[in-house]
Design a protein around this ligand. Structure first.
Ligand SMILES: Cc1cc2nc3c(=O)[nH]c(=O)nc-3n(C[C@H](O)[C@H](O)[C@H](O)COP(=O)(O)OP(=O)(O)OC[C@H]3O[C@@H](n4cnc5c(N)ncnc54)[C@H](O)[C@@H]3O)c2cc1C
Length: 457
């Protein structure tokens, strides 16, 4: 048989279930075509993500070339014709990638695309720990409350042996494309070896401070595994195995970390079972909310011009680095959906275009959590106050100063609530409305509106 194996977003040579599959099937395979359908980043604002994606792909290809493996680089739109042209009877692909830049690349669309070409599609789990169908509750439905999911499945995590395929064997049967990448961003992105080095160092030196460091804003002190997982650079089974191996060294912090990875699994299961929630409220009764959807306010949020320094700093972090701290994701998403009362799908889509660690399940459910429209979401009456969040989590305004240099020499006390400190800020040379925007919304009024609206539904 002739087989095609799709490697997009499983950019690793170690512990890759697709290589394991080829290795197991090698005596049934006549010709094996390794394929990387490349993602397109055509929308405005996606340039940073595009560079990161192609930089990471470039590093993966260079690693494969070292092993004499040369995958075919094609567009998604050519997959069907490619399979026909090469006489493929089977396609093997990771069925659980949630980080594709466009929905059109996901497994549901891919399966449909191959249907008319009479090619069977074999899906493998490459990027999540649990198989969704094995995580259901007694009623055969997905758990809708995280703590129940966690209680039911935490004990199922166990250590895994590494796969033992040999890349030499793969190289022998994989047809060489003799193609190279025409876009090269050698300085960008992340390689598997660097990701592994970072993760091992994190595990050795930093995880014991996870609980305290998790809320630290001025520097990224969390693992940034989200990026690693979004490109499939390290196997999740390997990550879990290492965490369990180190468990006794610091049970409390490691358990907290595992709990976060379980959140990712929880959202993944929900998304596979309720794919419609990518675009509509999980909680049906909130589908009738009449959002303000003010375009100008949305632009101000995107462009770091809300007049709330913490929110603007976080949006600057996103726009400039393609990453955002977890607390800040909560703050800016609550600000957009509650203070500005803009539909969460607008913010979700903006994050999709900007986040290098974009993951549809975590992103959608993160947004629905903040908007109080999701399952197990924050109750609507616990609305964040952006000024209080700033005073509490960025007391010395170090994070704000990092991303808004205008405030460099200003005392932290004046920064959290610029309107209240308008006169003193002017004395320091910052005029509201000229040098820095006036707040675009009154939090107290916004809060009243949110309470009334949610209560009335
Ligand atoms: C509005 C909103 C949007 C989000 N969008 C994304 C997204 O597109 N992609 C994404 O990977 N995460 C998303 N998150 C979750 C979380 O913010 C990131 O996973 C985390 O900030 C990544 O940093 P880290 O890897 O250093 O995290 P660490 O604190 O080191 O956590 C380790 C891992 O646990 C998982 N994790 C941690 N927190 C969460 C969480 N709240 N939900 C699900 N998984 C979690 C991630 O895989 C993360 O890599 C979103 C959260 C919110 C509130």
């Amino acid at each position: 048989m002739n087989i095609g194996v799709i490697l997009n977003r499983v950019f690793r040579v170690n512990n890759n279930p697709l290589f394991e599959y080829i290795s197991q099937q090698q005596y049934n395979i006549d010709k094996c075509y390794l394929i990387i359908p490349q993602e397109l980043f055509e929308e405005d604002g996606t340039e940073l993500k595009e560079r990161y994606y192609y930089g990471t792909l470039d590093k993966f290809l260079k690693e494969l070339y070292k092993h004499d493996i040369e995958p075919f680089l094609i567009d998604y739109s050519q997959l069907g014709d490619f399979s026909k042209d090469k006489g493929l009877s089977e396609i093997a692909v990771a069925g659980d990638i949630m980080s594709y830049h466009q929905e059109a690349y996901d497994i549901r669309h891919l399966k449909k695309a191959f249907e008319k070409y009479d090619v069977s599609v074999t899906t493998l789990r490459a990027n999540h720990y649990f198989k969704p169908s094995l995580t259901m509750n007694k009623q055969g439905e997905p758990y809708k409350v995280f703590t129940s999911f966690y209680k039911a499945h935490r004990a199922k995590l166990r250590q895994h042996a590494a796969y033992d395929y040999k890349l030499n064997d793969i190289a022998k049967i994989a047809i060489k494309s003799q193609q190279t990448l025409d876009k090269e961003f050698a300085q960008e992105g992340l390689s598997e070896s660097q990701a592994t080095k970072n993760w091992n160092e994190y595990l050795d030196n930093d995880i014991q401070n996870y609980d305290t460091n998790r809320e630290y804003l001025p520097e990224v002190l969390t693992s940034q595994l989200s990026i690693v997982l979004a490109y499939g650079l390290i196997d999740i089974n390997q990550i879990i195995t290492q965490l369990l191996e180190s468990y006794e060294e610091d049970e409390s912090n490691i358990e907290k970390f595992i709990r976060e990875l379980m959140f990712r699994e929880f959202y993944y299961v929900l998304m596979t079972q309720y794919p419609n929630t990518a675009h509509e409220a999980f909680n049906e009764k909130y589908r009738q909310i009449k959002w303000f959807n003010d375009n100008e306010n949305f632009q101000r949020w995107c462009e770091e011009q809300t007049g709330f320094p913490l929110v603007d700093a976080a949006m600057a972090e996103l726009n400039n680095t393609g990453f955002m701290h977890n607390r800040m994701r909560m703050v800016v998403s609550q600000f957009l959906t509650k203070d500005l009362f803009i539909d969460w799908t607008w913010g979700e889509d903006y994050f999709r275009k900007k986040l290098i660690d974009f993951d549809s399940a975590s992103n959608v459910h993160g947004w629905q959590w903040s908007a109080s429209t999701g399952t197990d979401a924050v109750p609507y009456f616990r609305m964040f106050n952006p000024i209080r969040q700033s005073e509490r989590f960025d007391k010395d305004a170090l994070y704000i100063k990092k991303f808004i240099p205008l405030f460099d020499d200003i005392s932290a006390k004046l920064i959290h609530d610029p309107l209240k400190n308008k006169t003193q800020l002017e004395e320091e040379g910052i005029k509201l409305g000229t040098d820095y925007p006036k707040p675009i919304v009154n939090h107290k009024n916004a809060r009243e509106h949110v309470m009334e609206t949610f209560k009335s539904i």
